[in-house]
Design a protein around this ligand. Structure first.
Ligand SMILES: [Zn+2]
Length: 255
């Protein structure tokens, strides 16, 4: 393991309203495949579009079948030291909001509180009714689908149940985006981790803070869309799981 980055420690120590923004790169260390990568879900089965899910039985069966295939891996995945370091930053009262593009629920498993978390693309750890938006635990629905091959319906309103992720063709939730953009306006540091910062509108969340002159740190292995940005304060090309935890430990320890 490398020595923690001194500039990273300084910036984390000085901040007390950090907007943390995370992408797939933070979860590869937990065995979650980057769904855009070579082993990704997209390469093996065609995605089911939201309108098709809402309008057709066959699409709903295909969708639930795809989710059933990936559910055990998601249910059993554990947060890695980078997720835990972010939860430690919150415990040290330094986190304004964690905004993630990931749908693996690992920030919540690591201890990041719901009130400090926005999952802009939803989460696989809940099932949502598409009519009344009630949330429930996935296990019972997957067991029922596996047994009957019938897409589950809401016990309250009979609406279609769907894992609470944002599907292709489905709108992001206004409430989530508002929380994220509001935090971007109030943050005193932006920390983008494991994201190539290419997916919109999520990637424009850190930009709003940077336009206000907020210090901006990117840790990612490989290029990002924000490399070379005038407001970029610190760019670390490396694995978040190796770079972040020792720096957080030093920043909190010395605070
Ligand atoms: Zn319902």
């Amino acid at each position: 393991m490398s020595e923690p980055n001194t500039r990273l420690i300084e910036l984390l120590s000085a901040a007390d309203r950090i907007l943390v923004f995370t992408g797939a790169g933070i979860s590869t260390g937990s065995g979650i495949a980057d769904y855009r990568g070579p082993q990704g879900h997209w390469k093996t089965r065609d995605p089911v579009y939201f309108q098709d899910f809402m309008n057709g039985h066959e699409a709903r069966v295909e969708y639930w079948d795809q989710k059933l295939e990936t559910w055990p891996g998601i249910r059993d995945a554990l947060p890695n030291p980078a997720h835990l370091a972010i939860a430690e930053l919150e415990n040290a009262d330094k986190v304004l909001l964690v905004t993630t593009q990931n749908i693996d629920g690992l920030h919540e498993k690591a201890g990041t509180s719901r009130r400090r978390l926005v999952e802009v693309h939803g989460t696989n750890l809940k099932v949502e009714c598409m009519s009344c938006h009630d949330l429930s635990e996935p296990d019972e629905h997957f067991e029922a689908f596996d047994r009957t091959r019938e897409p589950p319906v809401c016990p309250t309103c009979n609406g279609w149940l769907k894992p609470a992720t944002i599907s292709f063709g489905q709108s992001l939730k206004d409430h989530d985006l508002t929380r994220a953009f509001t935090a971007a306006g109030d943050a005193d540091l932006v920390l983008a981790l494991g994201s190539s910062l290419t997916v919109q509108p999520a990637a424009s969340i850190p930009l709003l803070a940077v336009e206000r002159g907020t210090p901006y740190i990117i840790i990612n292995r490989g290029v990002t869309d924000h490399d070379g940005l005038a407001g970029l304060t610190l760019r670390i090309d490396g694995d978040v799981v190796e770079e972040l935890p020792p720096a957080v430990a030093s920043a909190i320890g010395g605070h």
